[in-house]
Design a protein around this ligand. Structure first.
Ligand code: SAM
Ligand code: SF4
Length: 355
């Protein structure tokens, strides 16, 4: 053997379709005649940040054996696509901390232009600099990046990690790779309250849409939810003192309502589960990394898709489980801000269902 010839590294097999594409099946329509076309698929509950409104510092993560494999996630997505889902958002936890996650994007990306119209991602941006190009290559066109503050010390306090620089690099890399970036900021009383207009101005200056989100009472965190909660109607009033806001017809299939800001030339979304209910137009289902389907972000209803997937008749049992999810999807959420000192309205954290 010639020592000068390097032995090629074994090629990692592509994630392949485990079964043939499932025949088209009846569309997903719930008991309130809402057609479901949008899946939010969480690929991990783990994260490299610890945002204080999302999870405690000492978060208990799920045992890895309970988490679906990439192949199972792909099969699951296939089951949803067969029922008429055309848009998939990959979320978490932090999806980009999952090993080999790009393989899932690549595999799902092959279906774009066939039976899938859009593949997107919600990320905290810390790993985006190294993944942006691969995501674009896989067919991702838009990413949501969470960014609550541009102040390094505030970012470190809020996320309990000093990673603002990495996130800004990630956002720049996404833009350079041709991805359309939307920034998501949770409005937090006394934390980024004063800074939100500047954050919006910065985002628009960079060419990014921005969406503001009201904090939701999901899972135990160290702080009182009531102390975090900042109603967005108050934020909007403040923005209106600075700029001219005009209602926009723009819609992405999510719960955001948009305005155009004349002075910045940018678009601003509001997600207001408390001050404005958006359930009538809900077209979404959410699945956790362990294959638990939550028909409503604000409800406790749940269907176990992993059991269906790992059964002897996965396709039939998955179809039956999806029918059950449609049957129990509630008409609307019942979020209410927790009373001081009370247990959270819902025990599961946002990092399970991915927002
Ligand atoms: N790690 C990724 C990220 O931060 O973008 C994806 C998962 S994260 C759970 C998805 C979104 O949920 C983020 O925009 C985050 O700010 C938001 N979020 C987390 N906990 C929340 C809460 N309790 N109320 C409102 N939004 C929350
Ligand atoms: Fe991690 Fe996203 Fe939760 Fe922050 S909001 S802790 S980045 S999952």
């Amino acid at each position: 053997m010639n020592d000068n010839v390097p032995t090629p590294a074994p090629r990692k097999p592509d994630l392949i379709l485990l079964r043939d594409p499932v025949e088209a099946q009846p569309p997903l329509v719930d008991a309130f005649q809402r057609r479901i076309t949008y899946l939010r698929l969480s690929v991990t509950d783990r994260c490299d940040l610890r945002c204080s409104y999302c999870m405690p510092e000492r978060m208990t993560f799920l045992p890895k054996k309970d988490v679906l494999t990439l192949e199972e996630l792909y099969d699951l997505a296939t089951g949803f696509i067969a029922r008429g889902v055309t848009k998939i958002r990959i979320t978490g936890g932090e999806p980009l901390v999952r090993r080999d996650i790009i393989d899932l994007f690549t595999a799902l990306g092959r279906r774009l232009g066939h039976d899938l119209a859009e593949l997107t991602l919600t990320t905290n941006g810390t790993q985006l600099a190294s993944h942006a190009e691969a995501l674009a290559k896989a067919g991702v066109r838009r990413v949501n990046v969470s960014l609550d503050t541009l102040d390094r010390a505030k970012f470190a306090a809020l996320t309990r990690r000093d990673s603002l620089g990495q996130v800004l690099e990630g956002i720049a890399a996404a833009k350079a790779a041709g991805l359309k970036v939307k920034l998501n900021a949770v409005a937090l009383k006394g934390v980024n309250e004063e800074e939100l207009p500047d954050l919006v101005a910065w985002g628009h200056g960079q060419g990014h849409d921005v969406t503001l989100i009201e904090v939701m009472p999901l899972g135990d965190v160290e702080e009182e939810r009531l102390d975090q909660y900042l109603p967005l109607d108050a934020v909007r009033q403040r923005l209106e003192q600075r700029w001219t806001l005009t209602e926009s017809n723009y819609a992405t299939g999510g719960p955001s309502r948009y305005v155009d800001i004349a002075e910045t030339g940018g678009r601003l979304g509001f997600i207001t589960p408390h001050t404005n209910n958006f359930c009538a137009g809900c077209n979404r289902l959410r699945v956790t990394a362990t294959g638990q389907l939550y028909p409503c972000l604000g409800g406790g209803e749940r269907v176990d898709l992993r059991a269906a997937l790992r059964s002897d008749a996965p396709e039939a049992n998955l179809a039956a489980a999806l029918d059950e999810a449609l049957r129990i999807k509630p008409e609307k959420h019942h979020f209410r801000m927790d009373a001081r000192g009370a247990a959270p309205a819902l025990a599961r954290h946002m990092s399970m269902t991915g927002g």
